[in-house]
Design a protein. Structure first.
Lengths: 484, 106
């Protein structure tokens, strides 16, 4: 295709950072039009991310030295299969969140700050996915954290502020542990870029300590059980577009970073027992998150605890990496499927909450019956979280089970299936009020976009059910530590 | 000669010590200002370790860790500013500059 050759000459990767950053600046300079800058950013970033993914798929990984300066003093942007898939997921979910926020934030004074912070967060996430060295990953990770914390605090009031403070302290602790790991790695090998480190890391005390510090720090940031306690209040008390961005996208950022490290830098380190320990924590997360989601009485709390449970599956990464070189691809597909489905569920929950004026699960029946499009979106996206057929979640769990079976790891098969049952129980609990007999009442009038966006995302989870092959083929274009 | 060999080691050890002290205070102290200071001390520990690494090279001083420390200081200042503002807001909203003891999982 000739147009693709033309695009190949253009460096797309920097634009994925420049566009949201410019949007954030314009939204700050021109607050009256902030929402339109946000929408424009979303509309431009999605095609860029799509083109980048197509390029990477066609030509393989791309490395760009900004300003012609080579590392260690220059900054390299690296776009490979894994990075471009995450950028694409962020762009798709990000556009949906921007559209939804156009309706959700009408007439609110906080709207202006939302757009600045959200576009800033988006730029930081894109920069993180494109970073090729451990120190730039640290800087971008901090940018993501600061923007996310400010977004949580945006809701005002005691509970969101305390949740934001707790989130900030846990995140800073994680960042410091990560930075200590960076210092240890540089002290041992004198390089910072992922590939260069991966070529040199060998079994000795300093990289082992670095690996442990970085892994624990990122575990806290990803809210892996038992370091999850900050997540439900932070995600549950934020405004709906913020909850969706945090649960669908920001949790994936620290997961991505951990995957990148273990794929590229640390594959030579056999940490004894790490895979079993992580697997056990993952199982704890799936059980505890599922049980707490069954107990919670508010709609958004149920969804937030569901994130705690679903983060557990992401950490099957460790047993899979040990047993099976390609095992991580199933986990990445799960992360993408969860991102889309969780954004749909949180946005639908926000619509119901706005319509009813509260989110007490027991009293939501009438509004759910009155807002069928939204309830339908909640149902489909919920089905994807459970892993019912014809959804992205089904393919994701299928890949997880297949990987576990091929590696002969029966216990994780049981975990995925048992976790699916728990997820089924809490998703049916979410939908239960809609099926009780009673009056239907659409509640407060709402902009149509707040009903259509969750529905579109829910339908996208069905689309993902057919996207397994292209996604896995894009992921073969990923740079790993094995010299690939 | 021995001073040249020993001093970077002292910086490395002190860096690790500061990091551990900061970590201890972050977990144990309840006042938010002390927690924020503790994070800064952890950061200073990492910076000191990096400076020790820079001084350790044979061919003069390695500039890359210095660049990392300068960038790290900028990041730490920004994070501290956000944390302090948030602390004031928490104090204004709850009357206490500390996090409530009862866990969020009530």
């Amino acid at each position: 295709m000739p147009w693709m050759d033309v695009m190949a000459d253009m460096a797309l990767a920097p634009w994925l950072v420049i566009l949201p950053l410019a949007g954030a600046l314009l939204a700050g300079l021109w607050p009256a039009a902030a929402r339109w800058w946000g929408l424009l950013t979303g509309l431009l970033t999605l095609p860029m991310a799509l083109l980048l993914a197509l390029q990477v798929h066609a030509h393989g990984p791309m490395v760009l030295y900004l300003g012609g300066w080579v590392p260690p003093l220059g900054i390299a942007l690296v776009a490979d299969g894994l990075a471009s898939l995450m950028l694409l997921m962020t762009a798709g979910v990000g556009l949906a969140i921007s559209l939804y926020a156009l309706g959700y934030l009408t007439g609110e004074t906080g709207g202006r700050w939302f757009w600045i912070l959200w576009l800033w967060l988006w730029a930081a996430m894109n920069a993180l996915y494109l970073s090729g060295d451990v120190f730039n990953l640290y800087v971008t990770l901090e940018l993501v954290v600061l923007a996310s914390v400010a977004l949580v605090a945006l809701a005002g009031g005691a509970a969101p502020l305390v949740a934001a403070m707790r989130y900030l302290l846990v995140s800073l602790l994680g960042s410091m542990a990560y930075l200590m790991g960076v210092a240890l790695l540089y002290g041992s090998y004198g390089v910072l870029d992922l590939q260069g480190l991966g070529a040199q890391v060998a079994l000795s005390a300093a990289p082992m300590l670095a690996a442990a510090l970085m892994t624990v720090g990122l575990m806290a940031k990803s809210a892996l059980f038992p370091l999850h306690v900050w997540l439900p209040p932070a995600h549950g008390s934020a405004p709906a577009p913020v909850s969706a961005a945090l649960s669908a996208l920001v949790v994936k950022v620290s997961f991505y970073l951990m995957l990148r490290l273990w794929l590229t830098v640390f594959p030579a380190l056999p940490l004894p027992g790490l895979d079993m320990l992580m697997g056990a924590l993952a199982m704890g997360a799936v059980l505890w998150g599922g049980l707490m989601a069954l107990r919670a009485s508010r709609l958004k709390q149920v969804v937030a605890y569901s994130t705690v449970a679903q983060v557990g599956y992401l950490f099957l990464l460790f047993p899979f990496l040990r047993a099976f070189p390609d095992g991580w691809k199933a986990v990445v597909f799960f992360a993408v499927a969860h991102g889309v489905a969780k954004a749909a569920v949180f946005l639908a929950a926000g619509t119901l909450q706005r319509a009813a004026g509260h989110d007490r699960l027991a009293d939501l029946g009438a509004v759910m019956r009155g807002r069928l499009k939204t309830s339908f979106a909640l149902g489909i996206a919920g089905a994807s979280l459970v892993g019912l057929p014809f959804t992205g979640g089904f393919i994701a769990k299928w890949l997880l089970v297949q990987t576990a079976l091929e590696a002969g790891l029966w216990i994780w098969v049981l975990m995925v299936l048992g976790g699916g049952l728990l997820a089924g129980a809490y998703v049916f609990r979410l939908l239960g009020p809609a099926f009780q007999p009673g009056p239907a009442d659409p509640g407060q009038p709402l902009p149509a976009v707040m009903e259509w966006v969750p529905l579109a995302l829910a339908l996208l989870t069905i689309g993902l059910g057919f996207a397994g092959t292209p996604v896995l083929s894009l992921l073969t274009r990923t740079l790993t530590g094995g010299g690939g | 000669m021995t001073v040249d060999v020993i001093s970077p080691q002292i910086y490395l050890l002190c860096g690790v010590l500061l990091f551990v002290l900061g970590l201890h205070a972050l977990v144990v102290r309840r006042h938010l200002l002390l927690k924020i200071l503790a994070v800064n001390i952890m950061g200073s520990g990492v910076f000191m370790l990096l400076l020790g690494v820079a001084a350790r090279g044979e061919g003069g001083i390695d500039p890359v860790p210095h660049a990392l420390v300068i960038t790290g200081i900028v990041v730490a200042v920004s994070a501290t500013a956000v944390a302090l503002v948030l602390m004031l807001k928490v104090k204004a909203a709850t009357g206490l500059a500390r996090l409530p003891l009862s866990g969020p999982e009530d």
